[in-house]
Design a protein. Structure first.
Length: 506
């Protein structure tokens, strides 16, 4: 379907030659044989004595809890880390004539910001909600055309395959989290890779799109390796599972054997999740009142004739498919969306547009979202990142001794005090997300707005968050949580609000 041309990436100083010796009898494609895997610039190996082999016809899924080493393993398979001794890492399937670099043959899709394509750091967070397209923004089509990796026909075909063909002229910045993920998968497919490695591709996708993505990947002619959370659904087309933990291989084997192995554990988790929560406080006075709210961009209606009232102390789950406007709705509540002033809405008993500032609103709200996650400098420590919640900014500011003490207390309550002085760049995506959850709590806000807070978190970390809600959330605090996984909705949440997909044009 797509161009068969495989463009050669430019050399970087961090790329290395690897052994490409071929053994036809074993049909081995990739092999780590007692390999020490080093992140570049780090003398201590991330993986020590790693053993794993990919053979022709196999399709692997890599699972494991947060900090297990899944992303590092995916990067190693893609040739992005140093393997020692040199002979311990082999990619026999690659052609030296095309390129001796594994990264030219194995395409990694990790969903972290790639500033060479588009940098969120060049923009401020509220810019994504403006009427006009921000300066330096690009359309989805331009993002897919970057470096001319595909023709217009290729782009149209792959966009249609992933259900984003109607968005090609949309601002890339304004795409929802799920839409952005599909765009990055589309870009990877356009490179026509010999092997595709996807690091948690299902995060942020609704049920229908998760199923669709897995079906698409299962039908690819390219070799596919998936990195998933332990609680994610495993595709039927997978043949083998590699379970990692503490930067070591914990288990390796066939998919059927893995399913049997985890069946009892899964049943126990389900039974625990279905336990009834302790009594939930009844709602008080309204803190969010929306009447006949409408939001549109460029002739497209995102939200239509919406009415919703949220009262003090209530716990809501905001649900809806990708692109239904959930994040847009939340941006109205947090003061980030300029169209709030054109609508009939009140926050904390005060009608919008009556003199309150965006900072007055934000002072009473604790926010975490996939989008705001993108704006944090990876050099920041967890303490500094969480501390920005006091000031509703994404750049570090000096904390008072009282503020620092309260932040450290929250890390202790979540049993992650070992993270507090580490840099974000040295953490997994799940650990970073937990840091930003803590950031949303530092002010002890009246309203918690959690947009897909459990992305990248394993069951243990999700359990830690839900226990915090049960044991520490005040009766007068209000919670609005967005998720595409019904099973992850905390027991403390007892109300649902479903947003439909709007297809109207203005």
């Amino acid at each position: 379907m797509f161009s068969s041309r495989l463009r050669r990436a430019q050399c970087s100083p961090h790329r290395r030659f690897f052994s490409t010796t071929f053994n036809s009898l074993q049909k081995t494609l990739i092999e780590f044989d007692n390999a020490n895997v080093h992140r570049f610039g780090n003398k201590k190996p991330a993986f020590k004595n790693l053993n794993w082999k990919l053979q022709d016809g196999e399709r692997w899924v890599v699972v494991g809890p947060v900090s297990a080493g899944k992303s590092t393993f995916a990067e190693a398979v893609s040739g992005k880390h140093l393997v020692q001794p040199l002979s311990a890492g082999r990619w026999p399937f690659i052609s030296k004539e095309k390129s001796p670099y594994p990264s030219d043959h194995v395409k990694l899709v990790s969903f972290r910001e790639n500033s060479s394509l588009f940098s969120y750091g060049k923009h401020y967070y509220q810019e994504r909600f403006n009427f006009s397209d921000p300066e330096n923004d690009i359309t989805l089509r331009s993002y897919l055309l970057k470096d001319q990796i595909g023709t217009d026909s290729d782009i149209q075909n792959v966009a249609k395959l992933l259900g984003i063909d109607h968005m090609l002229e949309f601002s890339f910045m304004k795409l929802s989290n799920g839409q952005t993920r599909r765009a990055r998968i589309a870009r990877a497919l356009l490179t026509n890779p010999e092997m595709l490695v996807l690091d948690e591709p299902l995060m942020g996708l609704d049920v229908a799109n998760r199923s669709k993505i897995l079906n698409i990947l299962g039908n690819l002619s390219a070799r596919v390796l998936l990195v998933l959370r332990p609680q994610d659904e495993l595709p039927d087309w997978a043949t083998d599972v590699l379970e990692l933990g503490d930067m070591q291989v914990q288990w390796s084997g066939k998919l059927e054997d893995y399913k049997k192995r985890v069946a009892q554990t899964t049943a126990a988790k389900k039974e625990k999740a279905e336990q009834v929560s302790k009594s939930i406080p009844t709602g008080g006075e309204p803190i969010v009142e929306l009447h006949n709210v409408n939001v549109s961009y460029g002739g497209r209606r995102i939200i239509k004739d919406l009415d919703w009232t949220v009262r003090k102390g209530e716990r809501w789950a905001l649900l809806g498919p990708n692109g239904s406007g959930k994040t847009t709705l939340l941006s109205l509540l947090t003061g980030d969306h300029p169209q709030a002033y054109a609508n009939d809405m009140s926050l904390f008993g005060r009608k919008r547009g009556t003199g309150e500032s965006i900072w007055d609103i934000k002072q009473r709200i604790g926010l975490v979202s996939p989008e705001i996650h993108l704006y944090f400098n990876q050099q920041m420590t967890a303490l500094a990142a969480a501390g920005t919640g006091f000031f509703d900014v994404v750049v570090p500011k000096k904390l008072s001794s009282e503020q620092e003490t309260s932040v450290r207390k929250l890390f202790d309550e979540f049993s992650v005090k070992d993270l507090v002085d580490r840099k974000l760049m040295d953490m997994s995506t799940g650990e970073q997300r937990l840091v930003l959850l803590i950031r949303s709590l530092v002010k002890s806000p009246s309203l918690l707005v959690w947009d897909e807070p459990f992305q990248g978190l394993d069951d243990k970390m999700i359990g830690s968050v839900t226990r915090w809600l049960e044991n520490h959330m005040r009766a007068d605090q209000t919670l609005i949580i967005v998720t595409h996984h019904e099973e992850e909705i905390p027991a403390a949440v007892n109300q649902r609000f479903n947003l439909p997909m709007i297809s109207d044009k203005v």
